[in-house]
Design a protein around this ligand. Structure first.
Ligand SMILES: Cc1ncc(COP(=O)(O)O)c(C=O)c1O
Length: 378
């Protein structure tokens, strides 16, 4: 099928705006110094073949950093870093750097990704789960625990959007008692305005709303960088190392950082986070409306905890074998209409539509029409 006709619902690496892919392809051929306009001076070399310590790359990484503040809204109190190792490395770097003697690391468990983060912390020291929605199959964001449950914590860790279960914090909570708040924002960063000032350390693998895999955006309140980690932490795994010579301690993913910058240029040109947030709200509302009016589809996430980025549902009808057959039939029919990447994660089953910033509104309407047709047996 013609690639331009495929609606890509992949959870990540995910759809990128065609304009970003085009500009990235140009940068592969020849990096332009000041943006992507054809009049911008080219440097005669590809982004892939220049030093990360060269002037042209310095311009790329500085622009990307600036856009993280200006477009995403990360406050100037925070140092922006572009690291490697995915969000998963952050699951380990966070406890390595932020654990304090005698103070447990505290987590709110919303499934899969927080569970992995908890497992890394447990290897390093005392770890406490202070709220969890495990009992209800991670179908919601648990109530914010009382301050006293984590009063003695090294930090409190949340996952702002669970990519698999399709649950999302409606607001960034504020941790009480001066406990640092850590936020894994991999699957909803840049999707709407966030109270970044509540977050002391945030991170996001880029491969959903920020570009390609292989770059992780980290932002950390500068004061935290001055506190020495407990125990031995290899130099390369310390935030302070990367902050000292911003994102240049070792050779960064230079192409990935360029694409991240292009994504933020695109986001700014689309009207910024407020405009994209409005579009995302419309997209999610359209899909949830179909789900809520259906007797065939059951959304996994409960109202009040529903993600605007990843929407997971199952198809009704017992017994299980019948349900599976129906789901397969649904997915095959979707593929025939060019609706791709809708298979749910194995832990939830069913269907998942990931509708990140770059996913077009028309594509959601096409999915909604297909779902209605399928339910009617058309
Ligand atoms: C919320 C969340 N956190 C962490 C990860 C892991 O990211 P990575 O594969 O970049 O390590 C993912 C991946 O999809 C995710 O969705």
């Amino acid at each position: 099928m013609d690639a331009s006709k495929i609606r890509n619902f992949s959870a990540g690496p995910a759809i990128l705006p065609p304009a970003v892919i085009e500009r990235a392809a140009e940068g592969l051929k020849e990096l332009r110094l000041h943006g992507h306009e054809p009049t911008a001076p080219g440097i005669g070399l590809s982004i892939l073949e220049i030093s990360h310590r060269s002037g042209p790359y310095d311009a790329v990484t500085k622009a990307a950093e600036r856009l993280c503040h200006e477009v995403l809204g990360i406050p100037q109190t925070h140092q922006v870093l572009f690291l490697q190792g995915g969000a998963s490395l952050q699951f380990a770097m966070v406890p390595m750097n932020l654990r304090r003697e005698g103070k447990p690391a505290c987590y709110i468990d919303t499934g899969a990704w927080s569970t992995k983060a908890i497992a890394e912390s447990e290897q390093l020291g005392p770890t406490k789960v202070v709220a969890s929605s495990k009992g209800t199959g991670f179908d919601r964001i648990p109530q914010m625990p009382a301050g006293e449950t984590y009063a003695d914590a090294s930090y409190l860790h949340i996952t702002t959007n669970n990519t698999i279960y399709g649950t999302e914090f409606s607001e960034i909570p504020r941790a009480e008692g001066g406990v640092p708040l850590v936020a894994d924002m991999s699957s909803n960063i840049g999707s709407r305005p966030f109270a970044y000032e509540n977050i002391d350390l945030g991170f996001a693998g880029a491969q959903k709303n920020l570009g390609p895999s292989g770059v992780t955006l980290v932002f950390v309140r500068r004061e935290l960088l001055n506190e020495a980690p407990v125990g031995v932490v290899p130099k390369i795994l310390r935030y302070a190392t990367h902050a000292k010579n911003p994102s240049l301690y070792n050779t960064p993913n230079t192409f990935g950082v360029l694409v991240l910058k292009l994504m933020l240029d695109w986001l700014r040109d689309e009207g910024g986070v407020p405009a994209i947030a409005e579009r995302n709200r419309r997209k999610a509302t359209a899909l949830y409306t179909v789900l809520d009016n259906s007797s065939l589809y059951t959304p996994h996430a409960q109202p009040g905890s529903r993600s605007q980025m990843n929407i997971s549902w199952t198809l009704g009808g017992a017994p299980e074998a019948e349900r599976d057959a129906l789901t397969k039939q649904f997915l095959a029919g979707a593929e025939r209409r060019g609706l791709s990447g809708l298979k749910g994660h194995r832990s939830v089953g069913g269907v998942r539509a990931s509708i990140y910033n770059a996913f077009p509104e028309e594509g959601v309407h096409e999915l909604c029409s297909y779902m209605e047709d399928f339910e009617r047996g058309a």
